[in-house]
Design a protein around this ligand. Structure first.
Ligand code: FMN
Length: 360
């Protein structure tokens, strides 16, 4: 794609213009700045989201602590959870000033704490208020304001209610909607159950894109592989992965090549771990604890020989006072050992099978 400036013609990479093509979900207690730094080693292009933060925390709490992030994390979006337009507007301005690429409003979280604050998923029942929040935020910052929501809550049973919600908020200036493709039950289900029990309705999200082609529609919920991402991307503008990115992060290693057209080589798991070490050392040298970072990488070797031993070694040792990068190096040594053992066993099995065939 090319854009004429009148002075010169600039070539624009059409994929790079779609920052939401692959997003990694906001996840409380997971997607903190250490985790996002680690994810960034796996993919340069995915858009990363912070954990949800409330305006009250930013206005009255340790604002810098909540907002600070590593420069390597870009592109990164700040997620807010609130429902007071003016407070959200102040926070949107800070998001821009701190250098976030986007500010996102949480309209999908069903937890009791969030409901008692009158934000999160319960805002789906109040599209006019969400529109007011989005308008106030957009008026106070120059970065995109986006909304993450469910396909419905409680007795919102119909697709047309979802469409009304989206259209009302789009009229306030929101262009990007991240849709968790299941409804949330505000009473009776825990947040965890609300991520598993209500059925996924991808068709509703596809239909939303069909009926609102001018909007940027990102599909979220239950995605476990890049093949699934590629399939959804035929129908929507972007996909967002949550739990699978956290528990099986190496899934992200091919995102740049497969979804963003990059021709860089895919790093191995071991290379990723080694690339993380200087960051860990810097964190430790500032008095940080190893397990603040190591807890996010427990799944790096998922499905490989030694993965369980790696996980256990880190879990049992990284929280100890004075634990240093040797814990990670020992974990890596366990992986190497188990990989070697598995290779020797596989070779022995092949030899035995060949011997059997010769004997026949
Ligand atoms: C531990 C955890 C914490 C979460 N915290 C948030 C949050 O802060 N904000 C939010 O919008 N969604 C949050 N979510 C929901 C995810 O962003 C995502 O919508 C959900 O997990 C469905 O995607 P998945 O099936 O790919 O995991 C959280 C999910 C998990 C598992």
């Amino acid at each position: 794609m090319e854009k004429s400036t009148g002075v010169a013609t600039i070539a624009i990479n059409p994929i790079a213009m779609r920052p939401h093509r692959l997003c990694i979900a906001p996840m409380m207690n997971c997607s903190d700045h250490h985790c996002r730094y680690f994810w960034r080693l796996l993919t340069k292009n995915a858009l990363l989201y912070t954990e949800m933060v409330t305006p009250a925390a930013l206005i009255h709490g340790d604002r810098e602590g909540f907002l600070l992030f590593n420069p390597e994390e870009h592109p990164v979006a700040l997620q807010l959870g609130g429902s007071h337009p003016q407070d959200l507007a102040r926070c949107a301005r800070w998001a821009e000033e701190w250098g976030y690429e986007e500010v996102n409003l949480n309209c999908g979280c069903p937890s009791d704490r969030v409901q008692s604050g009158m934000f999160g998923a319960c805002l789906m029942a109040q599209p006019a208020l969400v529109a007011e929040c989005v308008a106030a935020m957009s008026a106070n910052c120059a970065i995109p304001v986006t909304v993450k929501h469910r396909i419905g809550i409680d007795d919102m049973e119909s697709y047309s209610q979802l469409l009304d919600f989206v259209r009302t908020i789009a009229a306030a200036g929101c262009r990007t909607f991240i849709v968790h493709a299941r409804k949330a039950w505000l009473r009776g289900l825990s947040p965890r159950e609300n991520r598993e029990i209500p059925p996924l309705k991808y068709d509703w999200v596809y239909r939303l894109k069909q009926e609102c082609p001018q909007l940027n529609i990102v599909l979220n919920g239950g995605i476990n592989s890049l093949d699934e991402c590629a399939e959804h991307l035929r129908r929507v503008d972007g996909v967002m992965i949550g739990r699978e990115a956290y528990t099986n992060p190496y899934l992200l290693a091919e995102v740049d090549q497969r979804l963003f057209g990059s021709n860089t080589t895919v790093a191995t798991r071991e290379e990723i771990l080694l690339q993380l070490l200087p960051y860990v050392e810097q964190h430790l040298s500032r008095g940080g604890q190893l397990n603040y970072i190591s807890r996010h990488i427990l799944g790096l070797f998922q499905n490989l020989p030694g993965a369980r031993k790696f996980r256990r070694h880190l879990s049992e040792n990284a929280y100890k006072p004075g634990a240093g990068i040797e814990v990670l190096e020992q974990g890596l040594a366990l992986i190497r050992q188990e990989t070697e053992r598995a290779e020797v066993q596989a070779a022995a099995r092949t030899t035995a099978r060949a011997a059997e065939r010769t004997a026949l």
